[in-house]
Design a protein around this ligand. Structure first.
Ligand code: FAD
Length: 345
């Protein structure tokens, strides 16, 4: 196993609130690594509404979900945070004492971090794939059924059926086609909620016979689990048919659930983490919760609240990370030391 990564703070969640926490911590000379299950940065803003306009970010009369994330990335760049994407934090273990906490954080990819504070900015929890309602599908998972493509090479030479009509389904149909031995796409109707460019590319591939398109809904799996032989599907008129394949990629979107956070020994209140409103610390000293994941009297699940929470949490994190340094309040406009950190001196 690789050596543990030593850092000041691990931030769980690369949504807008986790990203801005990098900035507030960075101003206080605190280094952070950010971990997210999703393969991309930006949490709900990037995953659920990249092109929708947001109207209530202070001083941005209008900014899209992705635009906000791009700006945050630019703002935190001077602090060079480490990003670990496509990895879920599965364990947080408290070491040390209440006065000098230390943590061991582990991801499902086996990466281990040692840090002095943990900031949970996990939003609505883990994004998890919606699964097709098909009996015994779990028995085929990770061998024949996959809900995400992490490595294209894994599918080389395979006979793949993609199910779905959104961006993931269409993008992967177009991108996997050159690699697989045979590719089919199935959707319940001949209309897609995906970028027109990918839809056009897919239709062109179908026209030249490079891939197949089926209208229908998945109803069952055939084969000796975990080895898939065919997918059983139903057409609108009720007729049933089979598509031979050894690999199924259903892209039915994502839903959110609390996930492993429930097992870390923190007090919870209806799937949320209660915090105090002075430092946004949880029931476990050194573990903070900011953004959509926390709760306190008067909580509003707004991005701007999460930004404020990160700024206050950073003040307390400073005491754990630099116990012998006094914190002096400074304005970013006029502080030479802040300018140096931001590279604008
Ligand atoms: P999130 O954005 O949810 O990010 C949390 C991240 O943590 C996720 O990427 C998740 O994968 C990751 N994660 C969770 N658990 C783990 C784990 N165990 N390991 C690793 N990673 C983990 N808010 C506004 O203020 N104004 C608006 O106009 C607005 N419009 C919205 C429109 C829509 C359609 C939606 C859905 C939301 C809107 N919101 C709006 C709400 C806003 O998006 C959220 O308040 C904001 O995204 C919360 O940010 P966050 O960083 O706390 O969490």
């Amino acid at each position: 196993a690789a050596a543990p990564i030593e850092t000041d703070v691990v931030i769980i969640g690369a949504g807008p609130v986790g990203l801005f926490a990098v900035f507030e911590l960075g101003l206080l000379d605190i280094e952070a690594h950010v971990i997210d299950i999703l393969p991309k940065i930006g949490g709900q803003c990037a995953e659920l509404y990249p092109e929708k306009p947001i109207y209530d970010i202070p001083a941005f009369p209008v900014v899209t979900g992705q635009g906000l994330i791009d700006n945050l990335m630019q703002q935190i760049a001077p602090f060079e945070p480490g990003f670990h994407l496509g990895e879920m934090v599965c364990a947080v273990e408290a070491l040390g004492s209440a006065e000098a906490p230390r943590f061991r954080v582990e991801t499902d990819a086996g990466k281990v971090f040692h840090c002095k504070a943990v900031v949970i900015a996990a939003g609505g929890g883990s994004f998890v794939p919606r699964k097709p309602p098909v009996p015994k599908i779990a028995e085929f998972e990770d061998v024949s059924v996959f809900y995400a493509v992490r490595e294209i090479e894994r599918f080389r030479g395979r006979n793949v059926l993609i199910v779905g009509g959104g961006d993931s389904a269409l993008d992967w149909a177009v991108n996997l086609q050159p690699v697989v031995s045979r590719l089919a796409l199935m959707h319940r109707r001949d209309a897609f909620r995906a970028a027109p460019d990918s839809v056009n590319k897919m239709r062109a591939l179908v026209e030249t016979g490079a891939m197949d398109f089926h209208l229908g809904q998945i109803t069952g799996l055939k084969g000796d689990a975990p080895n898939l032989e065919a997918v059983v599907a139903r057409r609108d008129d009720g007729a049933s048919f089979e598509i031979p394949c050894d690999t199924l990629l259903p892209f039915f979107g994502l839903s959110m659930k609390l996930g492993p956070i429930a097992d870390w020994g923190l007090d919870l209140d209806q799937q949320l983490i209660p915090v105090d409103t002075e430092q946004f610390e949880t029931s476990s000293p050194g573990i903070f919760a900011i953004g959509d994941i926390n709760t306190y009297p008067g909580k509003l699940k707004l991005i701007l609240s999460g930004f404020h929470e990160g700024a206050l949490a950073a003040q307390k994190v400073h005491r754990y990370v630099h116990p012998d340094k006094r914190l002096t309040f400074e304005h970013s406009t006029s502080s030479p030391s802040l300018h140096k950190k931001l590279g604008v001196a």
